[in-house]
Design a protein around this ligand. Structure first.
Ligand code: NAD
Ligand code: 89V
Length: 344
């Protein structure tokens, strides 16, 4: 059996249930939920009760001092995040932090530099690239079946009431790019590589929101490829595909397309094949969230294996910093109505 990894989870709110279920399912691979922490003691105790975790804390410093941990998984909102990351890294504990990595590029750069200077791993739980359909797209690109990718459209368009489970999104001054754009911009990098410059238009189509709810971005990648990356919570169309991501990538020899219902079409050298990328539905998962929940499981399995093997995670802080730089550039592009080079 692989080395056991004792995990302390901080932030037992809405989405943490998926992390807790994933770590529980990964017990045979060595994951041990050793402790939970939430500044709201009721939430911490509820998580401990539901997942059979013996140690519960309301203060992260107390947990880090009392527990022998091999990993900290931080699932708080972004507002509370930097002090927790710095505390865990300074305690010498490898840390995973949920997206968005941080509130600003400067803040994310500082956390990345602290991780580097202390030689303690820091990774971002950016899980859209771990979704089964996205993994299949990546596999197809790597095989060269569609040739050199040169154009793409990546879209997350829904009218789903995300605010019911995440009410804090109503008051984020910088909302959809930092919260959702970070996912689809990360996919653009995952599929087409780093970005030379980008343009962006944002909209607040729901007037009572504090921030933008729609972003449409045009990217020129260093490879010469061009991508259109878009996200909104204000789509009013049926069927609403939440939380599915639609992808079209064209290459020199063909194309790969992810359509609604997890149907994929691959054109290569003049022939078309179709495949089904429907994600599995573990007992703790529920439609339509299962694609996201399955990606949490895949991401956590990746982080666990990387820690056990001493490898750098695919979404290490130094990598996700480049995605944050795209979010930063997108806000600057929208504000100035100009093309902006990301501050890598
Ligand atoms: P939430 O507000 O429901 O939960 C956060 C919890 O952290 C709360 O229970 C709060 O009491 C606790 N907390 C805050 N500060 C703390 C501190 N200093 N010490 C200990 N506990 C503290 O938030 P949520 O909706 O679960 O979102 C958490 C994160 O997950 C966000 O960054 C969000 O963007 C992200 N998220 C990711 C996905 C995904 O991976 N696809 C989906 C939804 C949300
Ligand atoms: O991934 C997220 O941050 C969630 C979503 C609903 C898109 O899964 O908000």
């Amino acid at each position: 059996m692989a080395r056991t990894i004792r995990i302390g989870l901080i932030g037992c709110g809405f989405f943490a249930r998926n992390h807790l279920n994933a770590w529980k399912q990964l017990a045979p691979e060595g994951a041990v939920l050793a402790a939970v922490c939430d500044s709201d003691a009721n939430k911490g105790h509820a998580a401990a009760r539901d997942f059979g975790i013996g140690a519960v804390y309301a203060d992260a410093a107390e947990m880090l001092a009392a527990e022998r941990l091999d990993m900290v998984d931080i699932v708080t909102q972004v507002r509370a995040r930097r002090p927790l990351v710095e505390m865990a890294l300074r305690a010498g504990v490898p840390t995973i932090v949920q997206k968005p990595f941080g509130s600003t590029l400067t803040e994310c750069s500082a956390m990345t530099e602290l991780s580097r200077s202390l030689s303690i791993p820091l990774a971002v739980h950016e899980n859209f690239r771990f979704q089964l359909p996205m993994q299949k797209v990546r596999e197809i690109l790597v095989t060269g079946e569609i040739g050199t990718p040169n154009w793409a459209r990546i879209g997350f368009r829904t009218g789903y009431n995300v605010y019911a489970g995440q009410p804090y999104l109503l008051t984020e001054e910088k909302f959809v790019i930092n919260d959702l754009g970070t996912h689809v911009l990360d996919l653009a990098r995952f599929f087409l590589g780093e970005v030379d410059c980008l343009g962006a238009e944002t909209q607040k189509r729901r007037p009572d929101l504090a921030g933008e709810d729609t972003a449409t971005m045009l990217l020129r990648h260093k490879s010469g490829a061009v991508s259109v990356v878009e996200c909104t919570y204000q789509a009013r169309r049926l069927p609403d595909l939440f939380p599915e991501i639609l992808v079209e990538i064209e290459g020199s020899e063909g194309a790969v397309v992810v359509k609604g219902g997890y149907r994929m079409e691959v054109t290569s050298g003049g022939t078309l094949r179709t495949l089904d990328a429907t994600p599995p539905l573990a007992s703790w998962m529920e439609r339509p969230w299962h694609v996201v929940q399955d990606s949490v499981l895949r991401a956590c399995a990746h982080f666990l294996a990387c820690l056990q093997g001493g490898d750098s995670a695919m979404t290490a802080a130094s990598d996700n910093l480049k995605t944050v730089a795209l979010c930063d550039a997108a806000y600057a592009a929208a504000a100035t109505r100009s093309l902006i080079a990301p501050r890598y």
